[in-house]
Design a protein around this ligand. Structure first.
Ligand SMILES: Cc1cc2nc3c(=O)[nH]c(=O)nc-3n(C[C@H](O)[C@H](O)[C@H](O)COP(=O)(O)OP(=O)(O)OC[C@H]3O[C@@H](n4cnc5c(N)ncnc54)[C@H](O)[C@@H]3O)c2cc1C
Length: 364
């Protein structure tokens, strides 16, 4: 590809759009990012910041690659920390499988969580337990650091809403230039529909609300990933933690994703209190939410759906973990003119598993 052809317009300044812009700019591309609100306005600025490590090996490799990417950003020191997590699952086979995956990639894994590890008394409820490794990202820093890194390479983030007009994408009346990447999160299907690609993508996506709450009370020492009772928890200070997950309520319009439901947060807190009875003494301080989007098999969708028009979305509740690494593969593919992304991320790709599943379920 000649230097003049290396031009990209990216719609969306979330983690997907900004990390792709940086990967391309580092390869010498001329890149412009369009954002309707401000960088990190939606899910990317509101996430819990867990770099998920409960993945099959291929996805875990991507998550570890994303950790390297965050570490390459300005002033990364202390902003992405390696942390221990308490892991609960209903099935012993799942722990066994995860232990093999973690050991093969050099992550520590230890069966049996003790009260001393967690720092608060807990009930196993008959569920097998382990202490695993994960990473916690300072999400606000990541959004700011990406903006600084992009500015340093001359990438402009234009504060404009991109619209489809007469089958083309325009910003402020001007057509977008070069390769166009739709990294517009849950707004991506809207743009595709307006462009006339509804038949290509219909039934490929689901939108839902991702919600989290900040809670004051007895706080565990470890991150908790409880796949048996379905919640996660991130300690933020000795007496404050963030807790999330819940019914993943489906939504039709992306903006519905910002209407959080306090009942959902209380029900998550009650599930945690089944595990850690001292949580009954805690107080919910604040809740927030944003729209999330997932592919119909629970995995991201990254595909060229027409010449020079690429979709990069469907990152579910794991975009902070996967987007930077997937963006690296996409940038390399565009630079080399050779598609390097896994086949499951194509619109017509064979589903990796049946039914909608969050990607961070391992096959066990
Ligand atoms: C409460 C919560 C907790 C989460 N916790 C975690 C976690 O612990 N770990 C993890 O890995 N992931 C987590 N996630 C998921 C993660 O945040 C998302 O997967 C990720 O942010 C998606 O990034 P994105 O760039 O694809 O989309 P978005 O962040 O939605 O960004 C899309 C951007 O496109 C812009 N846009 C849309 N349409 C247009 C248009 N027409 N013109 C211009 N701009 C447009 C939007 O304004 C938006 O800024 C969480 C999400 C939430 C909400």
């Amino acid at each position: 590809m000649s230097a003049e052809e290396k031009t990209a317009s990216i719609v969306g300044a979330g983690i997907a759009g900004m990390s792709l812009a940086l990967h391309l700019a580092r390869r010498g591309w001329k890149v412009r990012v369009y954002e309707q609100e401000y960088p990190g306005f939606s899910a990317s600025g509101r996430s819990a910041g867990i770099i998920v490590t409960i993945f099959e090996e291929d996805l875990l490799r991507l998550a570890l690659e994303s950790v390297n990417f965050y570490n390459s950003l300005p002033e990364a020191e202390g902003r992405i920390s390696r942390r221990k997590a308490a892991y609960f699952n209903e099935k012993f086979e799942c722990l066994d499988r995860l232990s093999r995956i973690h050991e093969s990639l050099g992550l520590e894994f230890r069966y049996c969580l003790s009260e001393e590890d967690l720092g608060v008394p807990f009930e196993t409820l008959g569920h097998p337990t382990a202490v695993i490794e994960t990473f916690i990202l300072d999400t606000g820093w990541a959004v700011n650091a990406l903006q600084s890194a992009l500015a340093g390479l001359g990438v402009e983030i234009v504060n404009t809403r991109v619209e489809a007009r007469g089958g083309r994408l325009v910003a402020g009346g001007d057509p977008l230039e070069g390769v166009i990447v739709l990294a517009a999160g849950p707004w991506t299907p809207v743009l595709l529909k307006d462009l006339g690609y509804d038949n290509v993508v219909r039934d490929k996506y689901q939108l839902y609300r991702c919600q989290i709450a900040s809670v004051e009370g007895p706080t565990p020492r470890l991150v908790i990933e409880d796949d048996a009772l379905d919640y996660y928890l991130v300690p933020v200070s000795p007496s404050r933690f963030n807790i999330g997950d819940g019914p993943n309520t489906p939504i039709q319009d992306p903006y519905e994703g910002f209407h959080y439901d306090l009942e959902d947060s209380y029900s998550v807190l009650e599930r945690f209190a089944e595990r850690v009875p001292s949580a009954w003494e805690s107080r919910l301080i604040q809740a927030w939410s944003a729209p999330c989007i997932t592919g119909s098999d629970g995995l991201p969708i990254i595909d060229e759906i027409d010449k020079g028009l690429i979709v990069f979305t469907g990152l579910d509740g794991a975009g902070m973990s996967l987007a930077p690494a997937l963006a690296g593969l996409l940038a390399e593919s565009l630079d080399r003119g050779e598609w390097l992304l896994p086949s499951w991320s194509r619109v017509s790709g064979k589903p990796r598993s049946s039914g909608v599943r969050e990607p961070y379920y391992i096959e066990c």
